[in-house]
Design a protein around this ligand. Structure first.
Ligand code: SF4
Length: 372
């Protein structure tokens, strides 16, 4: 009898030892909730992460939470996203699911807002509206989601109420939430300000500049258009920004232009563009067509994206009709091979350089050149 109970005590000690060792030996130690001082909020590195990461992070941190961002997109994240979503979903939505999977065992909450509209009288893609439901039905064993509805279609008056709703997951102190949001807004403005000066999210870690941009100034300029989650995700975009820069080209995006200029140009369309992304990208393209120092336009689109299929087509037609700038449309999905994209980028870059050297930017083959 005595031997049996000694055996069980020894077993328990061994088990505890293995549990502790397992926690420490992994990629990093994940303390359990009781051990943690702070609540952990997970932010998936996908979709609107590239616009709002500094704002969300500052907000949650000011409330005393610890923010955990999923890893940079990699093959494993893409594969796990593809595995748990329906075939018809676009690549960025699949990848977003992969980021949620990456976070699910590490955090107390995952921030997956239900975004309906971010500007008055404009909508964003319907997939953003159904995102929390999609995530909940596709991924098992999730921690609770912070899935507050963000809808500013009628007015931005609801902004503070929305912020309070998000913040109450961490604290009930309304003043603290208000103050945290004010500080987060400052962070957001500075981040967007960086983008206006040509420093792209790929050059920043949060709000900190990690890349010195000035070396690229005064060279030939290329306008890179596309959803932020395509163009700024280094894995999905196959490092297109870096590839163009290595060819001595300065890369600007729709986020580099002044919003007033973009809106003015977008208003020139016969019908109001009611998608926020469409308005922004179209306005930027129309403005760029008139700028002599911009030598070409690249549109990076997602296969299966309804908005891209309309906007890219309008931009391509307008570029051909109104300017002599080369235009190229690159479409991404989970099967896109890097070699194919590289070949098209190389051909495009060669054409830009050749035209700059030999033709004073005017094609010998007609009014416009498209590599589509
Ligand atoms: S806008 Fe297009 S790429 Fe973005 S989530 Fe919607 S369908 Fe996908």
């Amino acid at each position: 009898m005595k031997n049996r109970s000694t055996f069980f005590i020894l077993m328990k000690i061994c088990l505890k030892f293995f549990q502790i060792a397992n926690n420490y030996i992994g990629e990093k130690r994940v303390p359990d909730r009781k051990e943690r001082m702070h609540m952990r909020i997970g932010i998936p590195r996908g979709l609107f992460y590239y616009y709002y990461y500094p704002l969300w992070t500052k907000f949650f941190e000011m409330l005393g939470a610890e923010v955990v961002v999923s890893k940079r997109t990699n093959k494993q994240i893409v594969d796990s996203g593809v595995k748990c979503t329906v075939d018809d979903a676009c690549l960025p939505v699949k990848v977003y699911h992969g980021h949620v999977v990456d976070l699910k065992d590490e955090v107390d909450f995952i921030f997956v807002p239900k975004i309906m509209s971010i500007y008055e009288n404009e909508y964003i893609c319907p997939k953003f509206c159904g995102l929390p439901e999609m995530v909940k039905s596709s991924i098992k064993d999730l921690p609770p989601l912070i899935d507050t509805t963000i809808d500013f279609y009628k007015s931005k008056k609801k902004l503070l109420k929305t912020v309070q709703e998000i913040g109450k997951h961490i604290t009930n102190d309304k003043n603290k939430i208000k103050f945290a949001f004010e500080e987060a807004l400052k962070q957001h403005k500075s981040y967007m300000g960086h983008m206006k000066s040509g420093i792209l999210p790929t050059d920043m870690d949060g709000n900190k500049i990690v890349y010195y941009m000035d070396t690229y100034k005064h060279k030939q300029k290329i306008l890179l258009l596309g959803h932020p989650y395509n163009i700024y995700d280094e894995y999905l975009s196959m490092n297109i920004i870096e590839k163009l820069r290595k060819n001595n080209l300065e890369v600007i995006t729709q986020d580099t232009f002044d919003t007033t200029l973009i809106n003015k140009k977008a208003e020139m369309m016969d019908k109001k563009m009611f998608w926020s992304f469409g308005r922004k990208v179209l306005g930027a393209a129309l403005y760029a067509m008139e700028q002599e120092d911009i030598q070409g336009i690249i549109y990076l689109s997602s296969f299966g994206c309804g908005i891209d299929s309309v906007i890219a087509d309008i931009i391509e037609r307008r570029t051909r009709r109104n300017s002599n700038k080369p235009f190229i449309l690159l479409t991404l999905d989970e099967h896109t091979g890097e070699a194919g994209i590289d070949t098209r980028i190389e051909a495009f870059v060669d054409m830009i350089k050749w035209r700059g050297k030999n033709e004073n930017y005017i094609s010998t083959y007609g009014k416009y050149v498209s590599t589509r």
